[in-house]
Design a protein around this ligand. Sequence first.
Ligand SMILES: Cc1cc2nc3c(=O)[nH]c(=O)nc-3n(C[C@H](O)[C@H](O)[C@H](O)COP(=O)(O)OP(=O)(O)OC[C@H]3O[C@@H](n4cnc5c(N)ncnc54)[C@H](O)[C@@H]3O)c2cc1C
Length: 453
Amino acid sequence: MEGAPQQVMWFRRDLRTEDHPALAAAVAAAAGAPVLPLFVVVPGPWRRLGDPARAYVAASLQALAQDLGALHVRTGQPAEVLAELARELGPLEVHATAAHTPAGMARDDEVAEALAAHGSRLVVAGSNYAVAPGAVTKPDGTPYRVFTPFHRAWAAHGWGRPVPRPATLRMLDLPGEPLPRAAGPVGTTMPPAGQDAALARWEAFVAGPLADYGAERDRADLAGTSRLSIPLRWGEVHPRTLLARLDPDRDRRFVAELAWREFYADVLFHAPHSRTRNLDPAFDRMVHDEGPAADALFTAWAEGRTGFPFVDAGMRQLRAEGWMHNRVRMVTASFLVKDLHLPWWRGEREFMRWLIDGDPASNAHGWQWVAGSGTDAAPYFRVFNPVLQGLKFDPDGAYVRRYVPELAHLAGTAAHEPWKVLDGYAHGYPEPIVDHAEEREEALRRYAAIRPS
Ligand SMILES: Cc1cc2nc3c(=O)[nH]c(=O)nc-3n(C[C@H](O)[C@H](O)[C@H](O)COP(=O)(O)OP(=O)(O)OC[C@H]3O[C@@H](n4cnc5c(N)ncnc54)[C@H](O)[C@@H]3O)c2cc1C
Protein backbone atom coordinates (compact mmCIF):
# COMPACT_ATOMS: atom_id res chain seq x y z
CA MET A 1 0.00 0.00 0.00
CA GLU A 2 1.29 3.44 -0.94
CA GLY A 3 0.95 5.90 1.87
CA ALA A 4 2.29 6.77 5.25
CA PRO A 5 5.83 5.59 6.00
CA GLN A 6 6.30 2.77 8.49
CA GLN A 7 7.21 4.27 11.86
CA VAL A 8 10.14 2.51 13.53
CA MET A 9 11.38 3.01 17.09
CA TRP A 10 15.05 2.11 17.13
CA PHE A 11 16.14 1.45 20.74
CA ARG A 12 19.82 1.84 21.64
CA ARG A 13 20.79 2.95 25.14
CA ASP A 14 17.22 3.99 26.01
CA LEU A 15 15.63 0.68 27.05
CA ARG A 16 12.42 2.03 28.59
CA THR A 17 8.92 3.21 27.76
CA GLU A 18 8.45 5.96 30.37
CA ASP A 19 9.69 9.49 29.77
CA HIS A 20 10.84 8.59 26.27
CA PRO A 21 10.51 11.47 23.79
CA ALA A 22 11.52 9.39 20.74
CA LEU A 23 9.01 6.63 21.54
CA ALA A 24 6.30 9.24 22.13
CA ALA A 25 7.18 10.82 18.77
CA ALA A 26 7.04 7.46 16.97
CA VAL A 27 3.64 6.63 18.45
CA ALA A 28 2.30 10.11 17.61
CA ALA A 29 3.58 9.93 14.03
CA ALA A 30 2.01 6.48 13.57
CA ALA A 31 -1.39 8.01 14.37
CA GLY A 32 -2.85 4.72 15.57
CA ALA A 33 -0.95 2.45 13.17
CA PRO A 34 1.53 0.02 14.74
CA VAL A 35 5.13 1.10 15.35
CA LEU A 36 7.96 -1.34 14.66
CA PRO A 37 10.15 -1.57 17.79
CA LEU A 38 13.69 -2.43 16.70
CA PHE A 39 16.97 -3.39 18.34
CA VAL A 40 20.07 -3.89 16.20
CA VAL A 41 22.79 -6.15 17.55
CA VAL A 42 25.99 -4.69 16.08
CA PRO A 43 28.51 -7.56 16.20
CA GLY A 44 31.72 -5.57 16.98
CA PRO A 45 30.41 -3.40 19.83
CA TRP A 46 28.25 -6.26 21.14
CA ARG A 47 31.32 -8.51 21.36
CA ARG A 48 33.42 -5.75 22.89
CA LEU A 49 30.94 -5.10 25.70
CA GLY A 50 32.16 -6.58 28.95
CA ASP A 51 30.52 -9.91 29.80
CA PRO A 52 28.48 -8.48 32.70
CA ALA A 53 27.22 -5.54 30.59
CA ARG A 54 26.30 -7.83 27.68
CA ALA A 55 24.32 -10.15 29.98
CA TYR A 56 22.64 -7.15 31.57
CA VAL A 57 21.59 -5.63 28.25
CA ALA A 58 20.24 -9.00 27.09
CA ALA A 59 18.12 -9.20 30.26
CA SER A 60 17.00 -5.61 29.85
CA LEU A 61 15.91 -6.33 26.26
CA GLN A 62 13.78 -9.21 27.53
CA ALA A 63 12.07 -6.83 29.94
CA LEU A 64 11.58 -4.21 27.23
CA ALA A 65 10.11 -6.76 24.80
CA GLN A 66 7.68 -7.86 27.46
CA ASP A 67 6.66 -4.29 28.20
CA LEU A 68 6.16 -3.46 24.50
CA GLY A 69 4.66 -6.81 23.54
CA ALA A 70 7.19 -7.13 20.69
CA LEU A 71 10.78 -6.31 19.81
CA HIS A 72 12.20 -6.91 16.36
CA VAL A 73 15.88 -7.91 16.50
CA ARG A 74 18.37 -7.90 13.64
CA THR A 75 22.12 -8.38 13.62
CA GLY A 76 24.40 -6.27 11.43
CA GLN A 77 25.68 -2.78 10.74
CA PRO A 78 22.84 -0.34 11.50
CA ALA A 79 23.09 1.47 8.13
CA GLU A 80 22.78 -1.84 6.29
CA VAL A 81 20.08 -3.25 8.55
CA LEU A 82 17.93 -0.15 8.19
CA ALA A 83 18.44 0.05 4.43
CA GLU A 84 17.39 -3.60 4.21
CA LEU A 85 14.28 -2.90 6.31
CA ALA A 86 13.39 0.01 4.01
CA ARG A 87 13.72 -2.30 1.01
CA GLU A 88 11.42 -4.81 2.68
CA LEU A 89 8.82 -2.51 4.23
CA GLY A 90 8.94 0.61 2.07
CA PRO A 91 9.75 4.13 3.30
CA LEU A 92 10.55 4.35 6.98
CA GLU A 93 10.62 7.02 9.64
CA VAL A 94 13.16 5.76 12.12
CA HIS A 95 12.86 7.39 15.55
CA ALA A 96 15.79 7.36 17.92
CA THR A 97 17.18 9.15 20.95
CA ALA A 98 19.99 11.49 19.91
CA ALA A 99 23.47 10.08 20.47
CA HIS A 100 26.33 12.23 21.75
CA THR A 101 29.32 9.90 21.97
CA PRO A 102 31.83 10.00 19.11
CA ALA A 103 30.93 6.47 17.96
CA GLY A 104 27.19 7.02 18.31
CA MET A 105 27.24 10.24 16.30
CA ALA A 106 29.30 8.69 13.50
CA ARG A 107 26.89 5.73 13.35
CA ASP A 108 23.85 8.01 13.14
CA ASP A 109 25.37 10.09 10.33
CA GLU A 110 25.86 6.90 8.34
CA VAL A 111 22.36 5.67 9.07
CA ALA A 112 20.76 8.99 8.10
CA GLU A 113 22.58 8.85 4.77
CA ALA A 114 21.62 5.22 4.10
CA LEU A 115 17.98 5.93 4.92
CA ALA A 116 17.89 9.01 2.71
CA ALA A 117 19.02 6.84 -0.20
CA HIS A 118 15.90 4.74 0.39
CA GLY A 119 13.43 7.61 0.65
CA SER A 120 13.42 7.25 4.43
CA ARG A 121 14.65 9.32 7.32
CA LEU A 122 16.12 9.25 10.79
CA VAL A 123 14.17 11.38 13.30
CA VAL A 124 15.97 12.05 16.57
CA ALA A 125 14.29 13.32 19.72
CA GLY A 126 15.52 13.79 23.27
CA SER A 127 18.87 12.66 24.59
CA ASN A 128 20.17 10.46 27.36
CA TYR A 129 20.68 13.54 29.52
CA ALA A 130 18.56 16.20 31.21
CA VAL A 131 20.51 18.80 29.22
CA ALA A 132 21.92 17.48 25.96
CA PRO A 133 25.73 17.61 25.64
CA GLY A 134 26.73 20.77 23.81
CA ALA A 135 23.62 22.69 24.93
CA VAL A 136 25.34 24.81 27.57
CA THR A 137 28.49 26.76 26.81
CA LYS A 138 30.36 29.66 28.36
CA PRO A 139 29.05 33.11 27.39
CA ASP A 140 31.78 33.24 24.71
CA GLY A 141 30.49 29.99 23.18
CA THR A 142 33.38 27.78 24.28
CA PRO A 143 32.77 24.61 26.32
CA TYR A 144 33.18 24.46 30.10
CA ARG A 145 36.26 22.71 31.41
CA VAL A 146 35.51 23.19 35.10
CA PHE A 147 32.60 21.52 36.87
CA THR A 148 31.30 24.27 39.17
CA PRO A 149 30.52 26.88 36.50
CA PHE A 150 29.15 24.12 34.24
CA HIS A 151 26.89 22.96 37.07
CA ARG A 152 25.58 26.49 37.56
CA ALA A 153 24.89 26.99 33.85
CA TRP A 154 23.37 23.50 33.59
CA ALA A 155 20.95 24.17 36.45
CA ALA A 156 20.06 27.57 34.99
CA HIS A 157 19.39 25.99 31.58
CA GLY A 158 16.94 23.55 33.20
CA TRP A 159 14.95 20.72 31.64
CA GLY A 160 11.39 19.86 30.77
CA ARG A 161 8.89 17.74 32.66
CA PRO A 162 9.04 13.95 32.11
CA VAL A 163 7.30 12.89 28.90
CA PRO A 164 4.28 10.69 29.69
CA ARG A 165 4.30 7.13 28.38
CA PRO A 166 1.98 6.90 25.35
CA ALA A 167 -1.52 5.87 26.42
CA THR A 168 -1.41 2.88 24.06
CA LEU A 169 1.65 1.16 22.73
CA ARG A 170 0.57 -0.52 19.50
CA MET A 171 3.62 -2.39 18.27
CA LEU A 172 4.21 -4.31 15.06
CA ASP A 173 5.18 -7.90 15.81
CA LEU A 174 7.36 -8.57 12.78
CA PRO A 175 9.16 -11.94 12.89
CA GLY A 176 12.92 -11.47 13.29
CA GLU A 177 15.78 -12.99 15.17
CA PRO A 178 15.36 -14.21 18.73
CA LEU A 179 16.27 -11.76 21.47
CA PRO A 180 20.00 -11.97 22.18
CA ARG A 181 20.92 -14.15 25.09
CA ALA A 182 24.11 -13.79 27.11
CA ALA A 183 25.02 -15.26 30.46
CA GLY A 184 26.90 -13.21 33.03
CA PRO A 185 30.34 -14.44 34.07
CA VAL A 186 30.50 -17.16 36.69
CA GLY A 187 30.95 -15.46 40.04
CA THR A 188 29.23 -12.19 39.09
CA THR A 189 25.84 -11.59 40.70
CA MET A 190 23.76 -9.70 38.18
CA PRO A 191 21.37 -6.99 39.38
CA PRO A 192 17.77 -7.18 38.13
CA ALA A 193 17.45 -5.46 34.74
CA GLY A 194 14.67 -3.48 33.10
CA GLN A 195 12.62 -0.37 33.64
CA ASP A 196 10.44 -1.80 36.43
CA ALA A 197 13.49 -2.82 38.46
CA ALA A 198 15.06 0.62 37.87
CA LEU A 199 11.96 2.49 39.00
CA ALA A 200 11.63 0.23 42.05
CA ARG A 201 15.26 0.94 42.93
CA TRP A 202 14.61 4.67 42.58
CA GLU A 203 11.52 4.51 44.83
CA ALA A 204 13.48 2.60 47.46
CA PHE A 205 16.28 5.17 47.32
CA VAL A 206 13.86 8.10 47.65
CA ALA A 207 12.14 6.44 50.59
CA GLY A 208 15.42 5.61 52.35
CA PRO A 209 19.04 6.60 51.67
CA LEU A 210 18.33 9.89 49.82
CA ALA A 211 17.74 11.77 53.10
CA ASP A 212 21.26 10.95 54.36
CA TYR A 213 22.94 10.88 50.96
CA GLY A 214 25.21 13.86 51.64
CA ALA A 215 26.59 12.27 54.80
CA GLU A 216 26.74 8.64 53.70
CA ARG A 217 27.52 8.62 50.01
CA ASP A 218 31.24 8.16 50.64
CA ARG A 219 30.86 5.19 52.98
CA ALA A 220 31.79 2.05 51.08
CA ASP A 221 30.33 -0.22 53.76
CA LEU A 222 26.82 1.29 53.62
CA ALA A 223 24.16 1.11 50.91
CA GLY A 224 24.06 4.91 50.91
CA THR A 225 23.99 5.59 47.17
CA SER A 226 21.28 5.00 44.57
CA ARG A 227 23.02 2.38 42.40
CA LEU A 228 21.17 3.96 39.50
CA SER A 229 24.31 4.28 37.39
CA ILE A 230 23.42 1.02 35.63
CA PRO A 231 19.82 1.97 34.72
CA LEU A 232 21.06 5.42 33.69
CA ARG A 233 23.75 3.89 31.50
CA TRP A 234 21.24 1.78 29.61
CA GLY A 235 18.43 4.31 29.68
CA GLU A 236 16.06 2.21 31.76
CA VAL A 237 15.35 5.45 33.57
CA HIS A 238 15.88 9.00 32.31
CA PRO A 239 17.63 11.54 34.57
CA ARG A 240 14.73 13.95 34.00
CA THR A 241 12.43 11.45 35.76
CA LEU A 242 14.77 11.59 38.77
CA LEU A 243 15.22 15.36 38.71
CA ALA A 244 11.44 15.89 38.65
CA ARG A 245 11.25 14.33 42.13
CA LEU A 246 14.25 16.13 43.61
CA ASP A 247 14.38 19.39 45.49
CA PRO A 248 17.33 21.47 44.26
CA ASP A 249 18.13 22.68 47.80
CA ARG A 250 17.32 19.68 49.95
CA ASP A 251 18.78 17.17 47.48
CA ARG A 252 21.62 19.42 46.33
CA ARG A 253 24.28 16.76 46.68
CA PHE A 254 22.47 14.11 44.65
CA VAL A 255 21.54 16.59 41.93
CA ALA A 256 25.23 17.56 41.72
CA GLU A 257 26.19 13.93 41.09
CA LEU A 258 23.73 13.74 38.21
CA ALA A 259 25.34 16.94 36.95
CA TRP A 260 28.78 15.27 37.01
CA ARG A 261 27.43 12.63 34.63
CA GLU A 262 26.20 15.38 32.32
CA PHE A 263 29.41 17.38 32.64
CA TYR A 264 31.56 14.47 31.52
CA ALA A 265 29.24 13.73 28.60
CA ASP A 266 29.58 17.37 27.59
CA VAL A 267 33.37 17.28 27.87
CA LEU A 268 33.59 14.15 25.73
CA PHE A 269 31.20 15.65 23.19
CA HIS A 270 33.55 18.62 22.75
CA ALA A 271 36.80 16.63 23.05
CA PRO A 272 36.17 13.18 21.51
CA HIS A 273 39.86 12.24 21.74
CA SER A 274 39.61 12.31 25.56
CA ARG A 275 37.81 8.95 25.44
CA THR A 276 41.21 7.27 25.17
CA ARG A 277 43.82 10.04 25.43
CA ASN A 278 44.80 12.76 27.89
CA LEU A 279 42.59 15.82 27.80
CA ASP A 280 45.58 17.82 29.07
CA PRO A 281 48.38 17.25 26.54
CA ALA A 282 51.05 18.04 29.17
CA PHE A 283 50.35 14.52 30.42
CA ASP A 284 51.48 12.99 27.14
CA ARG A 285 55.01 13.37 28.53
CA MET A 286 54.24 11.33 31.66
CA VAL A 287 56.53 8.33 32.04
CA HIS A 288 54.69 5.05 32.72
CA ASP A 289 56.10 1.67 33.66
CA GLU A 290 56.00 -1.08 31.03
CA GLY A 291 57.19 -4.65 30.58
CA PRO A 292 56.66 -7.96 32.38
CA ALA A 293 57.09 -6.59 35.92
CA ALA A 294 54.56 -3.83 35.25
CA ASP A 295 52.20 -6.37 33.69
CA ALA A 296 52.44 -8.56 36.79
CA LEU A 297 51.56 -5.57 38.99
CA PHE A 298 48.63 -4.78 36.71
CA THR A 299 47.32 -8.35 37.04
CA ALA A 300 47.65 -8.27 40.82
CA TRP A 301 45.64 -5.02 40.85
CA ALA A 302 42.97 -6.34 38.46
CA GLU A 303 42.55 -9.55 40.46
CA GLY A 304 42.46 -7.81 43.84
CA ARG A 305 45.79 -9.18 45.11
CA THR A 306 47.75 -5.99 45.88
CA GLY A 307 47.96 -6.59 49.64
CA PHE A 308 46.10 -3.31 50.24
CA PRO A 309 42.74 -4.44 51.64
CA PHE A 310 40.58 -1.49 50.53
CA VAL A 311 41.97 -1.66 46.98
CA ASP A 312 41.54 -5.43 46.80
CA ALA A 313 38.00 -5.28 48.19
CA GLY A 314 37.09 -2.77 45.48
CA MET A 315 38.54 -4.80 42.62
CA ARG A 316 36.78 -7.90 43.91
CA GLN A 317 33.49 -6.04 44.27
CA LEU A 318 33.90 -5.05 40.62
CA ARG A 319 34.06 -8.69 39.55
CA ALA A 320 31.46 -9.91 42.05
CA GLU A 321 28.81 -7.32 41.14
CA GLY A 322 29.82 -5.55 37.91
CA TRP A 323 29.77 -2.35 39.97
CA MET A 324 32.03 -0.60 42.46
CA HIS A 325 31.38 2.10 45.04
CA ASN A 326 32.49 5.56 43.85
CA ARG A 327 34.96 6.19 46.68
CA VAL A 328 36.62 2.85 46.01
CA ARG A 329 36.73 3.55 42.25
CA MET A 330 38.76 6.64 43.16
CA VAL A 331 41.10 4.75 45.47
CA THR A 332 41.66 1.76 43.15
CA ALA A 333 42.25 4.11 40.22
CA SER A 334 44.69 6.20 42.21
CA PHE A 335 46.55 3.08 43.23
CA LEU A 336 47.01 1.95 39.63
CA VAL A 337 48.17 5.35 38.43
CA LYS A 338 50.16 6.67 41.39
CA ASP A 339 51.37 3.57 43.24
CA LEU A 340 51.95 1.32 40.24
CA HIS A 341 52.79 4.10 37.71
CA LEU A 342 50.64 2.53 35.01
CA PRO A 343 48.70 4.56 32.45
CA TRP A 344 45.11 5.38 33.35
CA TRP A 345 43.78 3.92 30.11
CA ARG A 346 44.85 0.42 31.12
CA GLY A 347 42.68 0.75 34.20
CA GLU A 348 39.90 2.37 32.20
CA ARG A 349 39.79 -0.66 29.91
CA GLU A 350 39.77 -3.09 32.84
CA PHE A 351 36.85 -1.20 34.40
CA MET A 352 35.02 -1.36 31.06
CA ARG A 353 35.46 -5.14 31.01
CA TRP A 354 33.55 -5.47 34.26
CA LEU A 355 31.38 -2.43 34.95
CA ILE A 356 27.76 -2.83 33.89
CA ASP A 357 27.52 0.97 34.09
CA GLY A 358 30.76 1.33 32.05
CA ASP A 359 30.22 4.59 30.23
CA PRO A 360 32.61 6.15 27.70
CA ALA A 361 32.39 9.61 29.26
CA SER A 362 32.11 8.92 33.01
CA ASN A 363 34.71 6.18 32.98
CA ALA A 364 37.36 7.95 30.88
CA HIS A 365 36.89 11.18 32.80
CA GLY A 366 36.62 9.49 36.20
CA TRP A 367 40.05 8.02 35.44
CA GLN A 368 41.43 11.28 34.11
CA TRP A 369 40.20 13.13 37.19
CA VAL A 370 42.26 10.74 39.30
CA ALA A 371 45.26 10.79 36.97
CA GLY A 372 45.21 14.58 36.84
CA SER A 373 45.05 14.72 33.05
CA GLY A 374 41.39 15.69 32.75
CA THR A 375 39.12 18.58 33.60
CA ASP A 376 38.97 20.02 37.03
CA ALA A 377 41.36 17.35 38.16
CA ALA A 378 42.44 16.65 41.71
CA PRO A 379 45.74 18.44 42.33
CA TYR A 380 48.52 16.11 41.28
CA PHE A 381 50.14 16.14 44.71
CA ARG A 382 47.03 14.64 46.31
CA VAL A 383 47.89 10.95 46.34
CA PHE A 384 45.32 8.79 48.11
CA ASN A 385 46.72 6.70 50.93
CA PRO A 386 44.91 3.40 50.36
CA VAL A 387 45.02 2.40 54.03
CA LEU A 388 43.83 5.72 55.47
CA GLN A 389 41.09 5.90 52.84
CA GLY A 390 39.90 2.48 53.95
CA LEU A 391 39.94 3.42 57.63
CA LYS A 392 37.98 6.57 56.90
CA PHE A 393 35.35 5.26 54.48
CA ASP A 394 34.98 1.72 55.84
CA PRO A 395 35.63 2.52 59.49
CA ASP A 396 34.73 -0.90 60.88
CA GLY A 397 36.26 -2.96 58.06
CA ALA A 398 32.89 -4.45 57.06
CA TYR A 399 33.39 -3.70 53.36
CA VAL A 400 36.76 -5.43 53.30
CA ARG A 401 35.44 -8.49 55.12
CA ARG A 402 32.51 -8.71 52.68
CA TYR A 403 34.71 -8.98 49.59
CA VAL A 404 38.02 -10.40 50.81
CA PRO A 405 37.45 -13.80 52.46
CA GLU A 406 41.12 -14.10 53.46
CA LEU A 407 40.54 -11.15 55.81
CA ALA A 408 37.05 -12.11 57.02
CA HIS A 409 38.44 -13.44 60.31
CA LEU A 410 39.81 -10.02 61.32
CA ALA A 411 37.65 -7.82 63.54
CA GLY A 412 37.23 -4.07 63.13
CA THR A 413 40.06 -2.03 61.66
CA ALA A 414 42.46 -4.98 61.65
CA ALA A 415 40.87 -5.89 58.31
CA HIS A 416 42.56 -2.78 56.89
CA GLU A 417 45.91 -3.45 58.58
CA PRO A 418 46.54 -7.21 58.67
CA TRP A 419 50.25 -6.49 59.26
CA LYS A 420 49.36 -5.22 62.73
CA VAL A 421 47.88 -8.48 64.06
CA LEU A 422 49.43 -11.88 64.61
CA ASP A 423 46.98 -13.88 62.53
CA GLY A 424 46.62 -11.24 59.80
CA TYR A 425 48.05 -13.48 57.12
CA ALA A 426 46.66 -16.77 58.50
CA HIS A 427 44.33 -17.28 55.51
CA GLY A 428 46.64 -16.57 52.61
CA TYR A 429 46.15 -12.82 52.10
CA PRO A 430 49.13 -11.43 50.13
CA GLU A 431 51.59 -8.89 51.58
CA PRO A 432 51.65 -5.40 50.02
CA ILE A 433 53.13 -5.49 46.51
CA VAL A 434 54.63 -2.01 46.85
CA ASP A 435 55.66 0.44 49.57
CA HIS A 436 53.07 3.22 49.39
CA ALA A 437 55.31 5.93 50.88
CA GLU A 438 58.07 5.23 48.35
CA GLU A 439 55.72 5.06 45.38
CA ARG A 440 54.07 8.28 46.44
CA GLU A 441 57.45 10.03 46.25
CA GLU A 442 58.10 8.43 42.88
CA ALA A 443 54.72 9.62 41.57
CA LEU A 444 55.43 13.15 42.75
CA ARG A 445 58.81 13.11 40.99
CA ARG A 446 57.19 12.01 37.74
CA TYR A 447 54.47 14.64 38.03
CA ALA A 448 57.03 17.36 38.80
CA ALA A 449 58.94 16.41 35.65
CA ILE A 450 55.99 17.13 33.35
CA ARG A 451 54.81 20.29 35.06
CA PRO A 452 56.54 23.54 34.21
CA SER A 453 57.90 24.93 37.53
C1 LIG B 1 37.73 5.90 38.01
C2 LIG B 1 36.24 6.10 37.94
C3 LIG B 1 35.51 5.49 36.92
C4 LIG B 1 34.13 5.68 36.84
N1 LIG B 1 33.42 5.07 35.83
C5 LIG B 1 32.09 5.27 35.72
C6 LIG B 1 31.35 4.66 34.67
O1 LIG B 1 31.90 3.97 33.81
N2 LIG B 1 30.02 4.87 34.63
C7 LIG B 1 29.36 5.64 35.56
O2 LIG B 1 28.14 5.78 35.49
N3 LIG B 1 30.04 6.25 36.55
C8 LIG B 1 31.38 6.08 36.66
N4 LIG B 1 32.07 6.68 37.69
C9 LIG B 1 31.34 7.59 38.58
C10 LIG B 1 30.76 6.96 39.85
O3 LIG B 1 31.71 6.19 40.49
C11 LIG B 1 29.51 6.13 39.59
O4 LIG B 1 28.59 6.86 38.80
C12 LIG B 1 28.81 5.78 40.89
O5 LIG B 1 29.66 5.06 41.73
C13 LIG B 1 27.57 4.98 40.60
O6 LIG B 1 26.94 4.57 41.77
P1 LIG B 1 25.52 5.13 42.18
O7 LIG B 1 24.59 5.02 41.02
O8 LIG B 1 25.12 4.47 43.43
O9 LIG B 1 25.86 6.66 42.42
P2 LIG B 1 25.09 7.80 43.21
O10 LIG B 1 26.02 8.29 44.26
O11 LIG B 1 23.75 7.34 43.65
O12 LIG B 1 24.97 8.96 42.16
C14 LIG B 1 23.81 9.13 41.34
C15 LIG B 1 24.22 9.15 39.89
O13 LIG B 1 25.04 10.28 39.62
C16 LIG B 1 26.01 9.94 38.63
N5 LIG B 1 27.34 10.09 39.20
C17 LIG B 1 27.70 10.00 40.50
N6 LIG B 1 29.02 10.26 40.66
C18 LIG B 1 29.50 10.50 39.43
C19 LIG B 1 30.80 10.82 38.91
N7 LIG B 1 31.88 10.97 39.72
N8 LIG B 1 30.94 10.95 37.58
C20 LIG B 1 29.88 10.82 36.75
N9 LIG B 1 28.64 10.53 37.18
C21 LIG B 1 28.45 10.38 38.50
C22 LIG B 1 25.76 8.50 38.23
O14 LIG B 1 24.94 8.47 37.09
C23 LIG B 1 25.03 7.95 39.45
O15 LIG B 1 24.20 6.86 39.15
C24 LIG B 1 33.47 6.51 37.79
C25 LIG B 1 34.22 7.12 38.79
C26 LIG B 1 35.58 6.92 38.88
C27 LIG B 1 36.35 7.58 39.97
